[in-house]
Design a protein around this ligand. Structure first.
Ligand code: 16G
Length: 242
């Protein structure tokens, strides 16, 4: 169980000491990713502190991005996705690995005519249709990203059948990408994106474009991911030549 002994000689206020101790417990892995943290009431009662102190400590950790509040169900550890840039993986795989429950909240799942940039990326000719998948990506109940995926109709003839994981669906048909090219840029959220990602308008968001290919070089996926910069951290290992 979580232990906290206030230091009466410390210069920092009680709530800061508590926040510090809680942050340490989270970093040390005392709590599972999808497990609720003790509520403010439980914290204050078990540690014999005032409710205000407990609330201010939690507020501080929310500000620091370590904790998220979920309406009606309490406080949880914020999702953190340290995603290696050298391996081709899916959102679902990455989140499962970290003990979160990945899911998709669908906005669109249908067909459209390929736009010029989509034709170019996917190697299509004018007049060919594409499947369009538009969704929010969630870790437990926290929105981490908004994604728009475009695939040739021949690759994804039944977009309605994609469940939560696109790659799992493609793998079942032997069409999951084995190679991808990815660009990462920073943008500021406009009001629509800010609303979808539940961040303030103007917030910095990671805008990532991925084109995924099959073994023989056929492009199967063009995905634009808009990732919350507080939850994503892309990591690459580098070596100097020679
Ligand atoms: C990741 C990829 C995205 C891919 C998706 C498939 C990034 C920035 N984007 O979100 O390109 O389409 O995974 O995930 O990594 P799924 O199989 O869970 O649907």
């Amino acid at each position: 169980p979580f232990q906290f002994k206030p230091d009466p000689a410390a210069a920092s206020p009680l709530y800061m000491q508590l926040a510090h101790k809680l942050a340490q417990a989270i970093r040390e892995g005392q709590y599972q990713a999808d497990e609720a943290l003790p509520s403010e009431r439980v914290l204050s009662e078990s540690l014999d502190l005032s409710r205000v102190t407990a609330r201010k400590a939690i507020d501080r950790l929310v500000e620091q991005g370590l904790i998220v509040r979920k309406r009606g169900s309490g406080n949880y550890i914020a999702p953190k996705l340290e995603q290696p840039l050298s391996r081709l993986t899916s959102f679902s795989e990455e989140l499962h690995q970290r003990g979160f429950k990945p899911s998709s909240r669908w906005l669109t799942r249908g067909f459209a005519m390929a736009a010029p940039d989509e034709q170019l990326s996917l190697g299509l000719t004018t007049g060919q249709r594409v499947a369009r998948l538009e969704r929010l990506r969630l870790a437990d109940q926290v929105v981490m990203a908004y994604e728009l995926s475009v695939l040739p109709e021949a690759v994804l003839p039944e977009p309605q059948k994609v469940d939560s994981s696109l790659y799992e669906h493609l793998a079942r048909m032997g069409r999951a990408p084995v190679r991808a090219l990815q660009h990462i840029r920073a943008i500021n959220a406009d009001s629509r994106l800010a609303g979808l990602l539940e961040v303030p308008v103007g917030q910095a968001v990671l805008f990532i474009t991925r084109v995924g290919y099959l073994d023989l070089g056929q492009a199967v996926e063009l995905t634009h991911s808009y990732c919350r910069s507080d939850y994503y951290d892309f990591v690459a290992e580098m070596r100097r030549d020679g």
